[in-house]
Write a protein that binds this ligand. Structure first.
Ligand code: FNR
Length: 191
């Protein structure tokens, strides 16, 4: 079985360590995975005023999610929560009311920070949001990455065997989680 996994990078930074982490995750992903980035950069700030007629960026986001079997969030921690750009994207995807793109979707959360708690607080915040959005989250293993250039190169190459094994296990566990969720909650065909 192959799976299309859409991934969100929560950072807009040109030097994002979470983008490096996303590349590293691609390099250790199970062969059944096709990983496709779902961009968030060009979304306007969400307003319910758009609900009657979503702009192209909002429609593109929702179409992209509906074409995926699962979603993966790779995010920094900003002020002990998730970056506004990522929350904005989630708000777009969750609306209009009754058309929540995350309903029942298999999801996983991971993040890197330069600080010692490795985005743990941001991930708790994100998990609350995804819970309300009715995404089917993988709850274990958790993955709090304290980023160091001793473990990663800019292109996502992982230079630490321990880190590589940890991330490979995380992705393999995500595959098993997706399989379990889709067994009971198959994805609807995109309309
Ligand atoms: C941070 N950073 C940060 N780190 C952390 O561990 N906890 C936090 O609450 C915050 N808060 C925070 C707020 C803002 C506005 C910025 C710009 C940064 C530091 C953060 O971990 C570091 O900048 C990472 O490099 C951000 O990830 P990206 O953007 O490089 O992927």
């Amino acid at each position: 079985m192959s799976y299309r996994v859409g991934y969100f990078v929560g950072s807009l930074s040109s030097t994002s360590i979470n983008r490096i982490l996303s590349k590293a995750l691609i390099s250790v992903a199970p062969e059944e995975f096709e990983l496709i980035e779902i961009p968030i950069r060009d979304l306007p700030l969400y307003s319910p005023d758009y609900d009657a007629d979503y702009p192209p960026q909002g429609r593109a986001l929702k179409d992209a999610i509906s074409a995926m079997d699962a979603v993966l969030f790779v995010t920094p921690e900003y002020n002990r929560s998730i970056p506004g750009a990522l929350k904005n994207a989630i708000d777009w995807a969750s609306r209009p009311w009754g058309q929540n793109s995350f309903d029942h979707i298999p999801a996983a959360v991971i993040g890197a920070s330069t600080g010692p708690i490795g985005t743990a607080v941001a991930q708790q915040s994100l998990r609350g949001v995804l819970s309300f959005c009715n995404a089917r989250q993988m709850t274990a293993p958790e993955a709090y990455v304290r980023f160091s250039y001793e473990d990663f190169e800019d292109d996502g190459t992982i230079t630490s065997t321990r880190t590589e094994e940890f991330l490979r296990t995380f992705m393999a566990e995500f595959r098993d989680h997706i399989e379990r969720v889709l067994t009971v909650l198959p994805r609807q065909e995109p309309v």
